[in-house]
Design a protein around this ligand. Structure first.
Ligand code: DC
Length: 443
């Protein structure tokens, strides 16, 4: 989809003139949908059909082919004939207002309007563009002005063309069309909830155009910015060994003791241990089944690991807090978009620890792997480090001699799947890849 700007508002607010100016300046295609309704009105009136004779108008649609061509300005062709100059009379204006209330007529034009917007950067003006035709438009503007002001402008325009209508007639005409356009059942003229309102009553044409160009530029620039917005700067961690021998020996002894105890207590086995890196600074992304999970994972990793644990666990009692801290836990406040915790996670990796993250954020009771949160991808993308997928598999509840299998998958690096930044799209891609790898191990 190109950039779509929806410009709606009542008759005579200056939409077409402004849209033309803005489209010219921004290099967009200007699409005047009112001209399409006018063309249908012109066709039926020319055939002697009353524009509010619904059945006859619907029948007549079969004989109509409308084309919009850009020949410097937008030109409308009806069955191959350029009718651009013929559709601007008061009679056709009123006729257009009437035929536009017929649902089949709107349907007839809708696909054509959507199609143009799909293929081009457009400013499309009309009554229902922001609400019905292009509900996903990046920019929606509702341009309005008082009925008197609009009548004054239209009156001047008509006089210049040699039309003899009086000001009162023009004003009555505007009021009538406002009424028709806002009171019809289908796609009435209505401001989209997310539209920016511009009142041009006390603005000149140039001032209004400037205001509208400013809105479009700001909104579309923001969108481009957002597209490439990085959540955090990438800062690849250094891989040099940071642990003293003494510390590592101490950790290894402890690890073997725990390994022995766990082998006695559980019927535990490991698969894919060749996938476990010998160094630190890796992310282990695992499904989450029990409070033992960090220990299960640690048994086969040679350097100490850290893991995020929910804040509540640190509030139980001082001994428990000291214990989990000693085993590398650090607190995370869930669901609060805690960004400081990402910094802490990166620090742990920088220190040379491995980092265990449970992307699901909560334990799964039935063993099924749930949806992952983005944090794991953000940490791995910032650190540009390996992610080792882990699957923890057991049935029911953990207990004495329970069969538990810990499976380590092939490590994935963000770069190998093309993730070199932390923009939302990259993070989503990385997260999905991680969850896919975990899921493969579990099922
Ligand atoms: O914008 P305009 O005055 O040229 O439009 C002519 C009529 O067409 C107007 O009275 C309402 C109708 N119209 C519509 O119903 N929906 C649109 N998107 C555009 C115009």
């Amino acid at each position: 989809m190109g950039i779509n700007v929806a410009l709606d508002g009542p008759s005579g607010a200056g939409k077409s003139t402004i849209a033309k100016m803005a489209a010219g300046k921004l290099g967009f295609v200007y699409v005047d949908t009112g001209a399409m309704y006018r063309t249908i009105a012109y066709y039926v009136i020319d055939k002697g059909i009353e524009p509010d004779d619904t059945e006859a108008v619907i029948k007549a649609l079969d004989g109509i082919s409308i084309e919009l061509k850009n020949e410097g300005t937008q030109q409308v062709f009806l069955n191959g004939e350029n009718v651009s100059g013929l559709i601007r009379t008061p009679e056709i204006s009123m006729g257009a207002s009437k035929v536009s209330a017929i649902p089949k007529v709107r349907e007839f034009l809708l696909d054509m309007q959507k199609d143009i917007a799909k293929k081009n950067d457009v400013i499309m003006d009309g009554r229902d563009i922001g609400t019905v035709v292009l509900p996903d438009a990046q920019v929606k503007i509702f341009l309005t002005a008082s009925a008197e002001e609009r009548a004054k402008r239209r009156f001047k325009e008509l006089q210049e063309k040699g039309d003899t209508s009086t000001f009162e007639e023009v004003l009555a005409d505007i009021n009538q069309r406002d009424y028709n356009d806002t009171h019809r059942e289908i796609a009435p003229l209505k401001q989209a909830e997310d539209a920016v309102v511009v009142d041009s009553s006390s603005l000149t044409l140039e001032q209004t155009a400037d205001e509208i160009i400013k809105i479009i530029t700001e909104k579309t620039a923001k969108k481009k910015e957002r597209k490439v917005r990085e959540l955090m700067p990438v800062h690849p961690i250094s891989k040099e060994r940071k642990y003293s021998r003494v510390k590592l020996v101490f950790y290894t002894i402890l690890r073997y003791i725990v390994m022995g105890l766990y082998h006695i207590y559980y019927n535990i086995s490991f698969e894919g241990t060749e996938n476990v890196p010998k160094d630190g600074g890796n992310v282990f992304a695992s499904n989450h089944r029990s409070y033992q999970d960090p220990v299960f994972i640690a048994i086969k990793t040679r350097v100490p690991l850290s893991y995020m644990a929910k804040e509540e666990l640190f509030k139980q009692n001082v001994f428990f807090t000291a214990l989990i801290k000693f085993f590398g836990a650090f607190p995370v406040s869930r669901g609060k978009g805690d960004t400081a915790v990402i910094d802490t996670a990166i620090e742990k990796l920088e220190m040379g620890r491995n980092l265990v993250i449970f992307p699901e954020g909560t334990r799964s009771k039935d063993g099924k792997v749930g949806a992952g949160k983005t944090g794991v991808a953000l940490v791995a993308a910032v650190a540009q480090t390996r992610i080792v997928p882990v699957g923890i598999v057991f049935e029911g509840k953990l207990g004495f001699r329970k069969k538990v299998v810990i499976k380590y998958g092939r490590p994935v690096t963000p770069a190998e799947i093309g993730v070199t930044g932390t923009d939302p799209r990259s993070l989503k891609k990385l997260k999905l890849k991680i969850m896919e790898e975990i899921t493969k191990l579990v099922y």
